[in-house]
Design a protein around this ligand. Structure first.
Ligand code: ARG
Length: 589
């Protein structure tokens, strides 16, 4: 993409090197060391390059360097008779005023080229990245925290892929252990014979209800916990009846969660199951024990001492030889690397597990896996609803499906209130897409590390920094383009971009020109909020343009065609970025 900033960084570096050569210096300045800024006032041009960093190499003041560079560009454009851009010194800065028409032409011809996607930085070409996300336990349905996890994982994966990485999205179901046995026990004792079908309940909710029931049972009776532990022992011993029940209930849980993934547009290239990797973890721990990296305590349990790494001692196998959470993660990581040799493995997991991942990565380093340094925990903060914390044990958890249902209902009510049922075609389908747009955008517009409140009402607002506002902008542009078509204006007819030189048009062109850099930055920082912010800026700029610059009633047909082309480019970038932040696109709303 015509990335004006990058192009000019390159040109400025070239001019700096020419100055060095003139001074008979053997030093070099590379493009990456040139930084660019946006000048605060319009009369200062479109880009500014500070010269401070080069004073030492050039043995000159930044002011003199800036003047020297401006002079070089002035001479060059005189000589070739080209240019159209202005390069001038502003104290210690070299500033550039771009040629609006030419820049717009270059940018639009790229953005409207249908053979290529809109803004694709190639910063990650050649790297193989695995992203693990969601990774629920199979004892209860997905909740609001998972919705943040899921959209972060899905969006970051799409962004990394857009930046050129080869990508693998994976999910591990933590499908064994005491928590699973708890719902199994409650089912055994209170639910035998019932099925999700017989009760008419979504299958993961059905399982979750028994998890809640377990806690009710256990409240007045300590023997209940013991019976759950007994069930775990039976499971570990391979007891047939227990594994059969386990299989059935896990299938219910997994099927239900997959339905939610499908609904929210989340998908995986591969599912792993803890029940299939925990023994591998156990093996690796025993190998480490033999190698003297771990040690056995008096009671037979196996430990690692990480005090030299400023961490604690950590148990890896219980005294009865059973595995714990981390044992499984050791096995899973090794198995995954054998499966698909990644350059990087990103774990999207809540911030409350920071210590767990520190310990895990340190253990894998101690075991001398060379790829242990390529593991990264993308930690994210808590999400709460404004009325209070989510609680899971008591069954007052903010359930993912229920939350989306109620957002959908609210969106539907809004469509009805505005009497737009006819226009939108299928009100239910549109309401669902608005709900997902609202939810996903809201969750992604906060940087992952921060805790946040999800405010359903606010997320659905049509004005302000929300998903539906962006969707509405997309729908407005779509319907305008449709109208243009109806008036006989060709969808991709010829246009003269040089006409796009007004301030509102130029603002919009410049923001479009930043798209690729925004994708690159989001990929580098693993932070989708960079694109959320970008989308909001783009929409606001389009709004100003739309207000200031009539399109279908432009003063001349030629100007109208150019503005139409600009609108098409905006729509293309908008749609592309929607995809990266998991906002469904709507033609009408
Ligand atoms: N199932 C775990 C939980 O719900 C999260 C798993 C995160 N991934 C991992 N590889 N440990 O807390």
């Amino acid at each position: 993409m015509a990335d004006f900033k990058e192009i000019w960084k390159h040109r400025i570096a070239g001019a700096l090197n020419a100055l060095l050569a003139e001074a008979d210096s053997t030093e070099r300045i590379d493009t990456a060391s040139v930084s660019a800024e946006y000048p605060p006032r319009p009369e200062q041009g479109d880009l500014g390059f500070p010269m401070f960093a080069f004073a030492k190499k050039l043995k000159k003041s930044p002011q003199l360097i800036a003047a020297g560079i401006a002079a070089r560009f002035a001479a060059a454009s005189d000589a070739t008779g080209q240019g159209g851009e202005e390069v001038f010194a502003l104290g210690p800065y070299v500033n550039v005023r771009l040629n609006r028409g030419e820049s717009a032409a270059a940018l639009l011809s790229e953005l409207l080229d249908r053979s290529k996607p809109a803004g694709r930085p190639e910063t990650l070409v050649g790297s193989r990245i695995m992203v693990e996300f969601s990774s629920p336990n199979t004892n209860k349905p997905l909740h609001l925290g998972h919705l943040r996890n899921d959209v972060l994982g899905e969006s970051v994966s799409r962004i990394l892929k857009a930046a050129g990485a080869e990508l693998r999205k994976v999910c591990i179901f933590n499908d064994r252990g005491i928590h699973i046995c708890k719902s199994m026990l409650a089912y055994k004792e209170q639910g035998a014979g019932k099925t999700p079908e017989s009760e008419g309940i979504k299958s993961d909710h059905f399982v979750g209800d028994f998890y809640v029931a377990f806690h009710r049972m256990a409240a007045g009776d300590t023997a209940v916990e013991e019976r759950a532990r007994e069930l775990l022992r039976k499971w570990e011993a391979g007891d047939e009846e227990t594994t059969a029940l386990w299989r059935t209930m896990n299938q219910w849980a997994v099927d239900g969660m997959k339905a939610t993934y499908a609904r929210t547009g989340v998908s995986f290239d591969q599912y792993y199951f803890e029940s299939q990797t925990y023994l591998l973890g156990k093996e690796e721990v025993l190998k480490g024990l033999e190698a003297g990296i771990f040690y056995r305590a008096g009671d037979g349990s196996v430990w690692v001492d990480l005090s030299a790494e400023n961490l604690d001692k950590k148990v890896l196998l219980r005294k009865d030889g059973t595995s714990i959470y981390i044992t499984q993660d050791i096995g899973t990581a090794i198995y995954r690397h054998e499966d698909w040799a990644f350059d990087r493995l990103v774990y999207v997991v809540g911030s409350e597990q920071q210590y767990h991942f520190q310990v895990l990565f340190t253990i894998l380093k101690k075991l001398r896996f060379p790829w242990a340094k390529d593991l990264y925990h993308l930690s994210y903060g808590m999400v709460n609803l404004p009325d209070g914390k989510m609680k899971s044990r008591e069954g007052t958890v903010v359930d993912a499906d229920d939350l989306i249902d109620s957002l959908k209902e609210m969106a539907l009510a809004e469509i009805r209130k505005k009497e737009r049922e006819e226009e939108v075609g299928d009100p239910l389908a549109v309401a669902e897409k608005i709900a997902l747009g609202a939810l996903h955008y809201y969750l992604l517009s906060v940087s992952p590390a921060k805790d946040m409140l999800f405010n359903p009402q606010e997320s659905l607002s049509f004005n302000g920094n929300t998903g539906p506002y962006l969707q509405y902008m997309g729908a407005r542009i779509s319907s305008m383009l449709q109208k243009a078509g109806a008036q006989g204006l060709a969808a991709d007819g010829p246009f003269n971009a040089a006409l796009l030189s007004g301030d509102a048009e130029w603002e919009l062109v410049k923001i479009l020109g930043n798209y690729r850099a925004a994708v690159a930055q989001a990929a580098e920082t693993l932070d989708s909020s960079v694109l959320a912010t970008y989308l909001y800026e783009l929409s606001k700029a389009f709004s100003r343009f739309y207000h200031d610059c009539p399109i279908l009633n432009a003063p001349s047909a030629e100007l109208g065609a150019a503005r139409l082309a600009l609108s098409r480019a905006v729509l293309r970038v908008l749609r592309d970025a929607f995809e990266l932040v998991c906002i469904p696109f709507l033609e009408t709303m």
